[in-house]
Design a protein around this ligand. Structure first.
Ligand SMILES: *[C@@H]1O[C@H](CO)[C@@H](O)[C@H](O)[C@H]1NC(C)=O
Length: 735
């Protein structure tokens, strides 16, 4: 009885809050400034102000002098080429590339209202070296009167250039210099003592290409080997024997490891996770990855996707990298630039890349390059050539992919790959003179989990799952209309078309993603009110429930043509301007898909496909049966931004014009890693259907095991008394 009470007490203590916020633990951001064009100090000498290049424009940043952290960054809408500091830094004037002057407040960075055109412009960007000498990476401060060296300081070995320097000749020295590997080092000396020193790494700004390396998990290798061995045995008895033997061996090893002591086994089970087991678990769950990025300047770095630390980085000799691709089987990494030059790196040791080959391919002005199979790529050039290029030195299997479509501003082309890996043109769609393709999306080739969509009354709407589909958006300059078309990529046949005549703004981004049997696109229009819109188009075999057109017993010939889909479309208002869109990917595609959005305001959010549903109806039209449908919601014209779906939390991303959103599946079906690459780098995790395969961090292993052991003991004590009672009962003896 005591025991039971004790364990009930134990159980009741284990009830705790489950909610744990992972913000800022599983996500990270590299806040970049880029190459500093001009550095100066502001009025109260607490911040360094920098101007750097940001796309075609400039970025104004304030850096805290004491720790090197960014106070704020602000993209400017012009390209600044020079700066003049006035009034000791309480204000500054930026000269743009048209020699126009603009004034800014030195402590807030706000533009000034007043006219600064009358100033006699004198640049403050060149650090004045009066009173300083540079000798062998040593900085000397020379007293102006006596011309004696009053202070000496060693600079870093890879010192490149002084960006900012100041001394009052009374013991204070501040210096900011760049290094050859794009770091910026700040040192502050007071009375001969180094007060603070920090460095900022700007080498990873402006990412132009990326790839992901999955760190291999070797813990199950021995087991998979055993399974292979077991399969190879012809006699089932032998195989059974082999299995039992292996398992027994494993059990014996386990006992031996703990010296046959149950005590140490239980302590091991109760032990909280150490770093090694955490690392092993991350490998097993596919959370351990390297994000390899190439920057505009040709630097290739591997970042740990968990926290953004640099694992290795190399300086390539390539100019304008357009592609990075990882070949996991041969453990090779290839980097290709726009001039067709490429470099192969061997990564047998994942922490040490070695250059093994450097060459050029037959094309010199590559426009796009995409991976096909093996080491073969599909290349289009700026002068309109299209080709299949192999970077392998060995003979490779012919390609399986047979149909490819490409597009430029006014055409869509179909191609077929012949058996000998040659490209042949099949069809072409040409637009009118006034028309232009502004967005294009191919249906993703991801696994299909469910053939149909189950309605509230248990009938089924069959999804249109024909795989060779392309959707694209065409803007007509003359009429201002936006056409959305759906075509068959094998024969170019038009399957569906719809038009928006609500004064679409062609200067704003039009983005499109194509999921399983639906596509989503965003555009900005000025009618009825200027607003961002998000539309979804869903494709079904038929809109009549339980009616299936396709038939899985017959094979379809796409060359002959397929039956067109039945289409439902719906549009929503969205409160923020959308700059990029991407689908979320998970390992098996069971988790509800979601659409990840990069917003103009520097945030990243995701919207579940359940929200972006084309079948949402007004509440008054929903029947009782309809309401039973899984995740059904009534239609509201505006999709709200829920705080829980903001991936970046309070962070502000500065991504630039060529940012790229990616989603990387992990071995946990619920979890997908989302990264945004551009001027900054950001990565975080999303779980669009909740963390259904993850234990809460508060899961109490110890208490669970203790309870189980307690129950076993309990049974052990209670059993004799139950037996005795049974015996007494059968002899009808009263207690
Ligand atoms: C089931 O619901 C759908 C959609 O509301 C409706 O079209 C259909 O007629 C219903 N089927 C039956 C058998 O009630």
């Amino acid at each position: 009885m005591y025991l039971l009470g004790f364990f009930l007490l134990l159980l009741s203590t284990s009830v705790q809050a489950i909610y744990s916020d992972e913000a800022f633990l599983t996500d990270w951001q590299l806040q970049n400034i880029g190459e500093y064009q001009c550095v100066f100090e502001n009025e109260n000498s607490q911040y360094l102000v920098t101007i750097s290049q940001f796309g075609r424009e400039s970025l104004l940043s304030f850096i805290n002098e004491f720790n090197g952290e960014i106070l704020f960054r602000q993209p400017l809408d012009f390209s600044g080429v020079d700066v003049m500091v006035i009034d000791n830094g309480s204000e500054f004037v930026i000269k743009d590339n048209n020699s126009q002057l603009r004034g800014f407040n030195g402590s807030t960075g706000f533009p000034l209202e007043k006219d600064v055109g009358g100033y006699d412009f004198k640049s403050s960007c060149q650090p004045s070296m009066d009173g300083f000498k540079l000798k062998n990476k040593t900085l000397q401060v020379v007293d102006p009167e006596s011309e004696l060296v009053v202070y000496k300081m060693d600079l870093w070995d890879n010192f490149q250039r002084i960006e900012y320097i100041y001394t009052d000749f009374k013991g204070t020295l501040k210096v900011l210099y760049s290094t050859t590997d794009s770091k910026y080092v700040f040192q502050l000396v007071k009375n001969g003592e180094l007060i603070s020193e920090w460095s900022r790494d700007e080498s990873q700004s402006d990412v132009v290409a990326h790839t992901v390396i999955n760190l291999p998990d070797s813990s199950l290798d021995s087991i998979s080997q055993e399974i292979v061995q077991e399969k190879d045995t012809s006699n089932p008895w032998e195989a059974y024997n082999f299995r039992v033997n292996k398992n027994f061996q494993r059990f014996r090893d386990f006992l031996r490891r703990y010296h046959y002591s149950p005590g140490s086994m239980i302590t091991e089970m109760l032990k909280t996770d150490d770093d090694a087991s955490k690392e092993q678990r991350e490998l097993e769950f596919g959370l351990a990855k390297y994000l390899v990025v190439a920057t505009q300047k040709g630097k290739i770095s591997a970042l740990n996707i968990k926290n953004g630390t640099t694992e290795w980085s190399i300086e390539s000799n390539l100019g304008n990298i357009i592609l990075l691709q990882w070949f996991p089987d041969s453990r090779e990494l290839i980097a290709v630039d726009r001039d067709g030059q490429y470099e192969f790196y061997n990564l047998t040791n994942l922490s040490q890349p070695t250059l093994i080959k450097k060459d050029g391919c037959s094309h010199t002005n590559i426009d796009t390059i995409s991976f096909l199979e093996g080491q073969k790529f599909f290349v289009t050039t700026e002068d309109g050539q299209k080709d299949i290029v192999s970077f392998s030195s060995k003979a490779e299997k012919p390609l399986k992919h047979t149909f490819i479509s490409t597009h430029d501003k006014r055409h869509i082309y179909g191609h077929v790959i012949t058996d000998d890996d040659q490209l042949r043109d099949t069809w072409v769609t040409t637009l009118d003179d006034d028309e232009e393709i502004i967005s294009f999306a191919r249906r993703e080739d991801t696994p299909t989990v469910n053939l149909g969509h189950i309605l509230g009354n248990r009938t089924v709407l069959y999804k249109y799952l024909y795989p060779n589909l392309i959707s694209y958006a065409v803007f007509n300059k003359k009429t201002g209309n936006l056409f959305i078309n759906l075509i068959d990529s094998v024969n170019g046949a038009l399957l569906h078309s719809q038009v928006h005549d609500d004064r679409v703004d062609p200067r704003m981004p039009v983005e499109m993603v194509f999921g399983e049997n639906w596509f989503v696109y965003s555009y900005f229009s000025s009618q009825p009110i200027p607003e961002q819109k998000l539309s979804v188009v869903e494709l079904y075999e038929s809109l009549e429930p339980d009616h299936r057109v396709s038939d899985n017993s017959t094979q379809l010939n796409p060359l002959v043509g397929v039956h067109p889909p039945s289409v439902i479309a719906q549009s929503y208002f969205f409160p923020e301007v959308i700059r990029r869109m991407q689908l979320s990917y998970t390992k098996f595609g069971i988790t509800t898909k979601s659409v990840i959005l990069e917003l103009e305001n520097g945030q990243l959010i995701y919207l579940s496909k359940a929200l972006l549903n084309a079948r949402r109806k007004d509440e008054s039209e929903l029947t009782d049966d309809d309401k039973k449908e899984f995740m059904i919601m009534p239609y509201f014209s505006t999709l709200p931004i829920n705080d829980h779906f903001i991936i970046t939390h309070i962070r502000h991303l500065i991504m630039g014009p060529h940012s790229k959103l990616i989603s990387i599946p992990t071995n946990l079906e619920s979890t997908s890693i989302v990264c945004n690459l551009g001027h900054d780098i950001f990565c975080g995790k999303i779980t669009p259907s909740g963390q259904f395969d993850i234990m809460s961090p508060n899961f109490e292993k110890g208490k669970l095991i203790a309870t189980v052991i307690g129950l076993v003991f309990l049974c052990y004590f209670i059993r004799p008394s139950v037996e005795a009672k049974k015996l007494k009962n059968s002899w009808m003896v009263r207690n």
